[in-house]
Structure formats: C-alpha cells, structure tokens
Design a protein around this ligand. Structure first.
Ligand code: ZN
Length: 411
C-alpha cells in the first residue's frame, strides 16, 4: 500500500463507523430522538368497507378511528369525497390516508362506494285524475311530467296510451309510462268517463229484492218510456222467474247482486258466510242470462247496524273485500221510502223520489223495492218516469261510468 492512500482509508473508515453508529441509534433509538419519525399511524374505518347507495342519495361518512401514537388524529385524515358522484350510477373508490407528524409512514384505507339506481321515476299527472266528459265533446289530455332521482327530468320520454273515444259512452284509462336509464319503469293512470249527459240529469232507479210478481210491470213501464234501471237481485227469488231475468238482460237493464238469502242472521255471521251466499246469486244470474254481475248492494246497505248483532265490524271487512271479489257496491242517496211499510201511498213515494232528484246529486241513485207487496212503488215509478222525462231527466242503468255512492260504515 502506498503512503498517500492512507488518509482516504481513514476517512472511509470514519464514515463507515459513523454510518454504523447512526443506524444503531436509529434502530434502537435508545434516546427517543427519532420517535416521531418512526411512529406508524393507526387508521381503521368504521362501518362497512363496501357501501351501496341509491342514486341521488347523499353519502354519509360512517367514520374512522385515527391515531398517531396515543394522540387522536381524526382531523389529520385526508379523504377526497369529490371522487364519489352519487348522482351517477357506478363504483367509486374512496381513499383515506394518514401520515405521522413528520409526513412519513402513510397508512391508506379504501372504501368502495357502489351507486345503484333501483328507484323508478315519479310521474305526476297534470290536471284531474278523473275527468268527466259529455259524449261528443273534445278531450285534450293535460299530460304528465316525470322526474327521476338519477336521470332528472324524463317528461319528454313519457309514453302516453290514450284510447279515449269521446263518441262512445264509457270509462277509459289514459296510461302514462316512463323508464329511467337503469330500466326502472313507472306507470300512472287517468280515468276519463264519457257520459251521455251531464251528471245530475241522469237518474239511476234501483230495485232491490226481486224478481217478484211486480217485476214485469216495472219492466213494462221502463220499456214504454224507453228507460233503463238496475235490479239488485235476491238469488232465492230467481227459480221460477228465469224468464224475467232474461228479459231484464235483453232489454238493457243492469243485473246486480243482493245476496242469495237476504237473511241477516245468516249472511252477516262471517265474511266467509256472506261471500259464499252472495256468490250463489252471481252464479245463478250467469247461468240464466250469461251476464257476469259486476255490481252489488248489501242488504240494509253498507251503513246497516243490524249486522252488529251477528258479527262485530263485519261491514268494514266486507266493504273492503268487495274489490277482491270483483264487485263495486252501490248504496243510494235518494230513498223512495217504500221500505218503511208495505202499501204506502204512491203519491208519498213519488214525492220522496222527485224531491231527491231535484236536489241535484252528482249521480242520483234511487232506492226502491221490487217485491209482491210493493204495488204502490210501481204506481210511483210510472209517474216518476213520465214527469222526470218531461223535466229533462233521463233514466239509465248503473254502469262503470257511474261514481258509486258509499254510505258511512257503522259496523
Ligand atoms: Zn234488500
């Protein structure tokens, strides 16, 4: 070795010794000089690491535990919430990071935010949900608007199915459908009722409890004046009177159901007993006339309290079950009064009916009875038809275009 190389070796040796000494001190840090540099922060996410959000909902941070040494470091955690766009369907990574006080030993955690769209848009129908028109008048649909939490305004993509025929009496449905980008579909409906005449001028005469000895007389009168009515039929009166039922159907009257036995103590013992009894009449009407009855009336009306003697609360249950059994039920807003006694003077019944008609109900529905003992009802009907027609009223059978009258339920 040359003499001149010696100092270099010495310097290198000193550097090596110093480096070794530093590494020893760093490694074991017996004096705690590098503690702050060496600490590894603690970061734990609270809640789920994968969160599914409905589009349009806002993301709520479930929180995290953050510590540097023993010190709370919640406010030192860096999260970029801007990476999550909850107004757009997709998967977003939300990164959390925490470094120690010297900017070292960064710990990172990730939460996956999945934004999905399972909510259908909402359709708002403009104008009335039920529109009543007189036959022959123009119908202009007021339209609808649609909004979706993710896709925003979808009004322009609404499909309208409008089959309203203003030249034909009937109950029509205008259907609005709309789909969002995720395929969720919404549907809304408007009912359009096209009637022969403006409401109030059409009177609906209804006859309960028949057929009977008087039915033919009533049918003859209706035929004479070219009017129509509704018969709420008691099934047990059908056998032997099949031809009367056939005539009702043939002449355009409405055949409706009024139970089979009309026996309060039997029909109002349970909902099951009621529907079983009622169904027998519907079946029999179908068998005799081919007509599937869509309307019914409860014996005593939906407001009756007699049923409480047999089953508490039954009317509430039955009125709710009507639609499930495919029925609309009709009470009445005008009573002829013929149920109060047999043989009441026809003039009295006539007065009751005409007074009711003149009250201008939206759908005047008149309660009368068709039994052998109600001869004066027939006489009253003759005069009601004659005078009513001369006053500009028409008499029609109940159909689906008529708004039903429902009494308050008392049991
Ligand atoms: Zn009755």
């Amino acid at each position: 070795m040359k003499k001149s190389a010696k100092p270099v070796v010495v310097i290198l040796c000193i550097i090596a010794v110093l480096a070794a000494a530093f590494l020893l001190v760093w490694q074991f840090d017996v004096f705690g000089i590098f503690k702050e540099y060496k600490v590894v922060p603690e970061l734990e996410l609270k809640g789920k690491t994968e969160i599914t959000l409905e589009g349009g909902d806002s993301f709520e941070e479930p929180g995290f535990v953050a510590k540097i040494g023993t010190q709370d470091a919640t406010d030192k955690v860096e999260v970029d919430y801007k990476t999550v766009d909850t107004s757009k369907v997709g998967s977003y990574e939300l990164n959390y990071s925490l470094s120690n006080t010297k900017g070292r030993n960064t710990v990172t955690k990730t939460r996956l935010i999945k934004v999905v769209d399972t909510t259908a848009p909402e359709i708002t129908i403009k104008g009335d949900k039920t529109v009543k028109l007189q036959i022959g008048t123009a119908y202009k649909d007021a339209g609808a608007s649609a909004a979706d939490k993710v896709d925003g305004d979808l009004t322009k993509t609404i499909k309208v199915d409008n089959k309203v025929n203003v030249n034909e009496k009937g109950k029509y449905t205008v259907t609005y459908t709309v789909k969002d980008a995720a395929g969720n579909e919404a549907k809304a409906e408007r009912i359009v009722i096209v009637s022969k005449q403006s409401s109030g001028s059409v009177v609906y005469l209804t006859f309960d409890d028949g057929p009977s000895y008087n039915t033919i007389k009533i049918l003859d009168l209706l035929k004479e004046y070219d009017c129509h009515a509704t018969f709420f039929i008691v099934g047990q009166n059908i056998p032997g009177n099949e031809d009367i039922l056939k005539r009702m159907a043939k002449e355009g009257h409405t055949l409706a159901v009024h139970t089979y036995t009309h026996d309060y103590a039997a029909i109002y013992t349970s909902p099951e007993a009621f529907w079983e009894d009622n169904q027998k009449t519907r079946d029999l009407i179908k068998e005799v006339t081919g007509v599937e009855a869509k309307f019914m009336r409860f014996p005593g009306g939906a407001s009756n309290t007699i049923s409480a003697n047999y089953c508490s609360g039954i009317m509430g249950t039955l009125t709710e079950q009507c639609k499930d059994h495919g029925y609309e039920y009709f009470d009445w807003n005008i009573s002829s009064g013929d149920a109060n006694a047999d043989g009441l003077p026809a003039a009295q019944l006539y007065d009751n009916i005409m007074a009711g008609i003149h009250e201008n109900y939206d759908s005047p529905i008149v309660l009368m009875h068709d039994t052998g003992a109600k001869d004066t009802t027939v006489t009253a009907v003759a005069k009601v038809l004659k005078v009513g027609l001369s006053e500009g009223y028409s008499f029609e059978a109940l159909d689906e275009t008529v708004s039903p009258i429902h009494h308050a339920v008392n049991n």
